[in-house]
Write a protein that binds this ligand. Sequence first.
Ligand code: KG4
Ligand code: ZN
Length: 350
Amino acid sequence: MHILTIETTCDETAAAIVTDQLEVKASVVASQDDLHRRFGGVVPEIASRAHLERILPVIHETLQRANLTLADIDAVAVANTPGLAGSLLVGLAAAKALSLAISKPLLAVNHLQAHIYACRITAGSDDVFPCVGLIISGGHTSLYRCQGPLDFTLLGATIDDAAGEAFDKVAAMLGLSYPGGPSIQKAAEGGNTHAYALPRSFLGEDDRLDFSFSGLKTAVRYRIAGPGRPDFSQIELGPQQVADLAASFQEAVVDVLLDKTFAALRLTGLQKLCVGGGVAANARFRMRLQEESAARDVRLHIAPLNLCTDNAVMGAIAIERYKAGLFEDLSLEIYPGLVRRQDSLQPGRG
Ligand code: KG4
Ligand code: ZN
């Protein structure tokens, strides 16, 4: 059986075809980085217009690469939550139209659950559930207790910026290009992680599984501009200062991510950890997480690099909903908002 999955939650227009055995037949990701770069972040209206232009060519190319036609597709899945409203609408409209045209079931994908499911896809026969799930992306930094692929309970989340958002904004302050994560990672290679003392929010408060990155962002800003400069104009940074600030900032983020994740494992008593989302592509984070997980006998599943940033392959989680008989009809809506803190994560229902 073949599922066509569609992903347009933010600024990547993506489609994939996966089988019920989690075999990836084709995957296409049209990145919009070039369109948003000069603004230093995603501009929602530009994103939704670009999705409109690209969604049909992307689906077409996916079918071509898989050497399949629409007649071979058994279900259509689409991420309908959470994300940018205009972006989500484009994917949902395309998925509804296709499902109607080929008379095949429509399935909803929760984008956050999909980021964790990326670990399941490459885990082979290894059962990744139950686990602690850490989602670190441009829009989210959250820890979940994941009983199964469709059963998530929120343990903690950022109270302000997401980790990826902090990477993007700090990169802009340092004059590095968008997206900020890869630029900071590269700049940090030549930097000293101890050069600047930067804050680590809630560190050591073991019963609190929340994150906060806006203070860290402001701290970097003060290192560059300083409160003594009333116009907040930036001082000229030399390449070594940029490298040192990038390394110190990256280390502060990684310290907090690791601290809270291992606290979540301790508090829940779970032994397995799944990590997904764009920031999980960070080399320093991956290295330290692998080392510390091994030292603590934690069974770590971290999404492979190509499945960390947004893609449609992780929409393979729709297979779980297909098996559970959770089909949608044309009344399916988008749920752009963030999950309310007290809520469990309802698939497809934000
Ligand atoms: O998961 P994703 O593609 O989109 C959302 O769902 O938000 O994550 C995008 C975020 C961006 O903020 C980007 O800067 C960050 O992931 N990112 C990284 C790296 N690669 C991407 N952050 C740190 N290090 C990286 N290597
Ligand atoms: Zn994402």
